[in-house]
Design a protein around this ligand. Structure first.
Ligand code: ZN
Ligand code: ZN
Length: 162
């Protein structure tokens, strides 16, 4: 996603950007739409601009419990500082992005990718109440119950104890 200096000079006020997903390196994740939405507000600050906003998108995840795919909405807060100030830039923070004075635009694609990646939780479940798969027959218990005895796991433990 290219953000142009002219836009920053004019000032962004909750301005909506549509970012084509094919501009991002989405090897790690599947996004449901062709565009993701980003609302940005800018304000001039120390040889650059501070940016605040929110990224909105929906990814397809695989549930850890029942192995079904489901849609996971994300609302990711974004706080960035674009600057040419060398003192600020020595502070190695992901939020600080070099924006040299002779550059007309800055590419935020990598930053956006990283934010999405960080927001994807390590453990993913389709819903908190997901019943998962039957450990005996592998049936998805969200759809219906299977015919396996409910206490089959306990039975196995009892067999082991004997
Ligand atoms: Zn599930
Ligand atoms: Zn079963």
């Amino acid at each position: 996603m290219k953000l142009f200096r002219t836009d920053l000079i004019n000032g962004l006020n909750n301005t909506l950007f549509e970012i084509p997903v094919n501009e991002l390196n989405t090897g790690e994740f599947v996004i449901t739409k062709e565009y993701l939405q980003c609302a940005l507000t800018s304000c001039p600050s120390m040889d650059g601009y501070k940016l605040n906003g929110t990224l909105e998108l929906t990814t397809i995840e695989t549930c850890d419990r029942c192995l079904d795919d489901y849609e996971q909405p994300h609302q990711i807060p974004l706080t960035l500082w674009l600057t040419s100030n060398q003192e600020v830039l020595t502070d190695k923070s992901d939020d600080i992005i070099p924006f040299p004075d002779n550059q007309d635009w800055v590419d935020l694609s990598d930053t956006i990718q990283d934010l999405i990646f960080l927001d994807k939780s390590i453990k993913t479940v389709c819903k908190e109440s997901c019943k998962g798969l039957c450990t005996t027959c592998g049936h998805n218990l969200n759809n219906s119950n299977c015919d396996c005895p409910v206490n089959s796991i306990n039975d196995r433990w009892n067999v082991l104890k004997k």
